[in-house]
Design a protein around this ligand. Structure first.
Ligand SMILES: C[S@@+](CC[C@H](N)C(=O)[O-])C[C@H]1O[C@@H](n2cnc3c(N)ncnc32)[C@H](O)[C@@H]1O
Length: 265
C-alpha cells in the first residue's frame, strides 16, 4: 500500500456541509476534509478553536500547531474567534501541509461569509504560504508532517489534531507520531481532535497525555489531551485497558500491513 498517492492528489470535488459551509472530497484519501454532518465551519469552531481557547484563557501569546492546513478552516476560524476577544493573544500558527497546489488555489475557494474580512490573509497565504501582521504569524510548512515535526524547535500551546481519519492517514495518529507531539508540547498544551478511537487515545496516553471528554455541543464527541489536570470529564485509560486488554495504540510499523482498525473521519 503506497503511503501517499500524488497522482490522485489533484482530484478533488466541492462538497456542501450541513452548516452551509463548503468542504472538499479528496480522491487521494477517499474522504472529505470535514465532517459533512457537523459542517466545516462549525466543526472548526466547536471542535477545535473554542475549547482550546477556553482552556488557554488569559494567555497573552499562543503557539498553535494546526495539523494539517488543508483548506485552512482551523487557522481562519482561529483568527475569526481571536478578533472577537477583548484582549486577543498574539498567535503564531505553524501548519504542515503536503499539498502545495491546494494552498495555492485557496484564493478562489468558496469560504463562508464569516471569513470575508480574512480575504487578504487568505490571498497572502495562497501566494506565499505565510502571513504576518496585527499580532498574527502564520507559516504553512510544506512537506510531510512527520518530517516537519522533527524540525520544530519551539514549544506549542495548542494542537489542532485534524488530519484525515486514522483509517485513511494512520501515520498521523500513531504512538510514534504522538511522541513527536509530546516532544514539542508546552506544559500547558491543549490538543483537540475529533477522534475518540481507543487506539488513538492509547497512543496519546502512552506518551504521558491526560485525556478528557470535550464539551462537544453541536458536534460529534472527540478527545482533548493535555499534560495538566483540566476541569473536564476525565477518560480513565487504565479502566479501558482492564476492560479490553487487547487495546493497543497504532504503531508506525503496523501501518505497512494496512490494518488500522479505527473509525472513519
Ligand atoms: C482533513 S484535511 C485538514 C483540514 C483542515 N484542518 C481544515 O480545517 O481545512 C487533511 C490535510 O492533511 C494533508 N496531509 C495528509 N497527510 C499529510 C502529511 N503526511 N503531511 C502533511 N500534510 C498531510 C492533506 O493534504 C490535507 O490537506
Amino acid at each position: 500500500m503506497p503511503l501517499y498517492d500524488p497522482d490522485k492528489r489533484p482530484h478533488k470535488r466541492v462538497v456542501p456541509t450541513q452548516d452551509g459551509s463548503t468542504t472538499l472530497y479528496s480522491a487521494e484519501f477517499d474522504e472529505c476534509y470535514h465532517s459533512t454532518r457537523d459542517g466545516a465551519l462549525n466543526e472548526s469552531l466547536r471542535k477545535h478553536v473554542e475549547p482550546a481557547f477556553a482552556l488557554q484563557n488569559g494567555a497573552t501569546r499562543l503557539t498553535i500547531l494546526d495539523v494539517c492546513f488543508g483548506l485552512g478552516y482551523n487557522t481562519l476560524a482561529t483568527l475569526w474567534y481571536r478578533m472577537r476577544l477583548p484582549r486577543p493573544p498574539e498567535v503564531r500558527i505553524l501548519s504542515p501541509e503536503l499539498d502545495r497546489e491546494l494552498v495555492a488555489s485557496l484564493e478562489g475557494f468558496d469560504y463562508p461569509e464569516a471569513f470575508a474580512p480574512l480575504r487578504p490573509v487568505i490571498a497572502q497565504i495562497a501566494r506565499t504560504g505565510r502571513y504576518e501582521g496585527d499580532g498574527i504569524q502564520i507559516d504553512v510548512l510544506f512537506g510531510d508532517a512527520r518530517e516537519i515535526l522533527e524540525t520544530i524547535d519551539t514549544s506549542v500551546d495548542i494542537v489542532y489534531q485534524d488530519p484525515f481519519s486514522p483509517k485513511k492517514n494512520p501515520l498521523l495518529w500513531t504512538r510514534e507520531y504522538f511522541a513527536q507531539i509530546r516532544r514539542i508540547a508546552s506544559e500547558r498544551m491543549i490538543l483537540t481532535t475529533y477522534s475518540s478511537a481507543t487506539p488513538v487515545r492509547m497512543g496519546m496516553y502512552e506518551n504521558g497525555f491526560l485525556l478528557y471528554e470535550p464539551p462537544s455541543a453541536g458536534v460529534r464527541p472527540g478527545t482533548i489531551a493535555a499534560l495538566r489536570p483540566l476541569d473536564l470529564p476525565p477518560i480513565d485509560m487504565e479502566l479501558k485497558k482492564r476492560r479490553n486488554p487487547a487495546a493497543a495504540s497504532l504503531e508506525d510499523a503496523r501501518f505497512f500491513q494496512g490494518d488500522t482498525g479505527t473509525e472513519p473521519r
